[in-house]
Every structure is written in structure tokens, then in C-alpha cells.
Design a protein around this ligand. Sequence first.
Ligand code: NOJ
Length: 565
Amino acid sequence: MVQKLPWWNGAVIYQLIVRSYADGNGDGIGDLQGLASRLPYLRWLGVEAIWLTPIYPSPLQDGGYDITDFKAIHPDLGDLSAFHRVLTAAHGQGMKVVMDLVMNHTSTLHPWFQRARWAPQGSPERDIYVWSDDPHRYADAPVLFRHFESSNWEWDEVAGQYYLHRFLRHQPDLNYDNPLVQEAMLDVVDFWIERGVDGFRLDAVPFLYEAEGTRCEGLPETHAFLKRLRDRVDSHGRDVLLLGEAIQPLDEIAPYLMTDELHGAFNFALTAHLFAAIASGAVEGLRNCLSEAQEAVHGCRWALPLRNHDELWLGDGHLVPEDVIQTIRAGLHQGQGHWLNWGINRRLAPLLNGDSGSNRVLHALLYSLPGMPCLYYGDELGMGDWPGLRDRDPNRTPMAWTPARNGGFSTAPDPLLVLPPITSPGYDYRVVNVEVQKQLPASLLNWHRRMLTCRRLLPALRHGDFELLHCTHPSVISYVRCDGGMTVLVAANLSAAGASLRLDLSRWRGERTREVLWGCEYPPASDSWFVYLPAHGFSWWLIGEVEDVEGVEDVRDAEDVRQPS
Ligand code: NOJ
């Protein structure tokens, strides 16, 4: 009997910020009504799930990751009924909805914190958070937001004690030693599952517990709580994704996945290696990272982002070695002053100096590697950023829909807009937008759509086994994905110079090879199969006759690229 895979296995996830995506009521702020109206676009693009960055009530001192009520919607964005409408509409169009869930901390304005600071020391109410008389406790825990904070502790006048905050001082850490906290968060998870959500992106998941003499990351107690969380989610009896955000190296993340805790986790080490490969034109580090990831966790459980709403997190040498960080810093286009905390505060397109070839080859890898590719809103267009805005806002500006005023994001007067739409040279919304790119068959947007169509039709790319092939060219990475009778061969050239290479395809000797995107026939597979890849070129090839796979023969005619939604 064929085992039914959970929906997230190999699913393409599109990350968006509701307040920056589409404004439905004309007040200058994106909202759920606006998002609902854009779901047909996402369906057209071919994503399978949308991940919403936090939509809860919040004073927005950290883009909504500072929550004041875990069971409500921020009034700027709508209400629970509007959320229900988005959820049902997304489901009706075959897409899943994943919510951000911040379990590690709240806002200081959360009623729990306000009660805690007034409650007597040692009372259960006070113990909802982590307090200390000594700001040097847990001194081995690094300060993560080092551009904003110099300590993980903040003095609270009312409480007469310091409280722990691994992120901003407005975000006190919850105390998971307190059973009330554990129950409250499990209850939040029940709440949203009962409302129909399909998964959670678990923010900052390694930091739930603290212990002296450690970095306070991924402690055994954290794993034990996550197991409880998983049991609770499983008790609902349907597939609800638990996707962990952990900025640690692979061997520290694997334990979340090897046991019955999380279903998936972001692979930020791979993200860094992808950027290092494009920055240097050398793929050895990328190859090693891929082998390590597959060895650590076999299959498609890694979520693969290029960019997201944060800086491109490279860490302090803990996530990837210092030389990888230096390669990225030296080779990527950063401009002045884009280093924030432990990473580069730029969107994908400007980081790649606007080069659409680099965007394509990186996504060609993302869409063909084992895992869940994550596409950040606007990167399908090559949208730019607005350097100079505060914190990570440069990467969070309004989506560009049309060449009309405000990029079609909102009808509100400019001063009311949540953030300014991009008008910088090369990225102006009058040129870089959905409407224009839909009309241009060779646009980046139509390319992404075509790639996603092909991926959908090729189960080997979605959940097939993965094997790296030997390739002597230092700039080319090559691998196969195999599922049942289907084999897809991938080769990608990460350098800005053309590359000719020979691959040993003796295992498939004599079999037919066809390039997937355009259906071109290549010479039959052989032990010295020659191929030329232009600068930043890549190809996906089908090997063999591929029978019984519905739709595969139609891949190249899969769509009229100009069809509107
Ligand atoms: C990780 C989120 O991605 C980031 O945006 C946020 O600031 C921190 N967690 C704190 O919640």
C-alpha cells in the first residue's frame, strides 16, 4: 500500500508579511482582506502553503514578534472572522496556511508581564517570566540582537528585579519551568488548530529553557517540552506542521527532527553556503553542507530559505565557519552599512546586485533540493529594498503589484503607508511589479511560475531520494533525485563563467535524457556525458522514459505563461 505523505513533504512555502502584502480597506496597512484578494495570484504562482509572519495584537516593537494576545488578530489586519475567510479561501484554492508562533517570549505589554511585575516574588504570577537579582546569570548565553542590546537582562523598576530577554528588552522570556506557561502555550496551539490552521513556524525554538554554564540553546528540557507539544498537536488527529526556527548548526538542529518533536526545521547553514557558493563561484562547501544535512536528517524535512524578513543571518562563527562568512562578505553586493546584528540586512535581489541569472540558479537549486523551498514575498519579482529604514524594515516594504500609485499595494495617501514602496533605481515598482512581469514571457516571475509548475509535475523533485554526483568542475554541483521510476538529474553552475563538464551517467547508460523546462532532447546517458552550462546556468533533465507519471510529458506545455490568474 502506498503510504500517504504529510502535506508538507516537499511543499513550496511562500512567506509573507500581511501588513506589507495588500491593503484591502485603503488605510495604508496591508490586511487579511487584502491578502484574501491576492490568494488567486499565489495559486497561479504555484505555491502550496503560505506562512504568515505574526498577525497577533502587538505594539510592533519587533515586527509583531512581541505579542500581547496569542488568541486574537491585530486590529490593523482584521479579526478572527477575516482570518477564517483567508483560511477557508486558501484551503478552497488548495493552499495550506502556516502561522508564526512565538513561544519563547511575549511583549512587555502582555497582561501576563504586567501582572508578573506587580506580583510578589516567588508567586506563580511573577514566575511566568525569568527574573534575577543578578544581571550576570547565564553569562554564556550570547546577546543575539547585539546592535540593539548589550545584555540579556533588563531592570524592571516595579518588580525590583532584572528580567531575561534573549531578544529585545521589550520581549521578556517566558519561564518554561513554570507549568502554567507550558499549559498556556499548549492551549494557544489548540486554539489555532481548532480554527483550522495547517502548521506553525515556531519562532526561536531553541531558547525556551536556560541553564548556567551553557549557551542556553537546545537544552534537554526544551526537547522534552517540544515532545509534549508534538503529542498535543498529534492528538488533534490531522497533519499540522511544526516547523522550527533555529539558527544553530545542523548537528544541533538534527535532534529536534530525529525524535518525535518537530516535523521540519530551517536549514540556515545551507542558506549561508548557497550564498558563499554564488559569492565565490566554488561549490565545495555547499556540497559538504548538503551531505552533512542528508546524513543528519534523511529526506525532505529541511526548510530551505534564501531570504526572509530578517537579516541574512550568518552568526558569530557558530552557524558556519568564519571563512564562509568572510567569503559572503567579500563576494556579495552589500553597499554601505548593511551589517545588522550577525548578518546582512538586504533583500535577495540587491544582494545579488540585481542579477536575475543568480536569482534563477539559486532558486533552481532550492526548487530541486530535498526539502521545503521557502520563497520570500517579492523575491519572485526580484524586488529591491529600502536601505536606511529602521531595523529590518528595509526588507519588509510593500509588495509591488502594479505600476500604479503605491505599486497597487494601497490606495491610501503616501504618509499613511506602512512602509514606503520601492522607487530606487533598478527596482522601482513602476517597472518591477507583478502586472508588468506577467506580461513579459521571459520575466523572473514567469520563470518562477514555470519552475514551480515543473516541480509540481515531477514527484522526484518533491520527495525523491537525493544523491550527489561526482563532478570535477569546482563551480558545478550535480545531483539526482529519484522517485519510483523517475530520475531527475540536476546540474548548476555557480560561477560567472561558462562551464563544460563531463558526468559519469554509466548507471543509466543508453537511456534517453531530456531537459525538463523546454523539453530539449540531449544525447543518451553515457559514462562520459558532456554538457555545457553558461554563466550561472543550470538544467534539470529527465533520465529514461518515465512512464505512468501523469502530466510529465506535458511539462513544457504546462502553461501559457501570460495567463492571468
Ligand atoms: C526570529 C524572528 O525571525 C525575528 O524576526 C524576531 O525578531 C526574533 N525571532 C524574536 O522573536
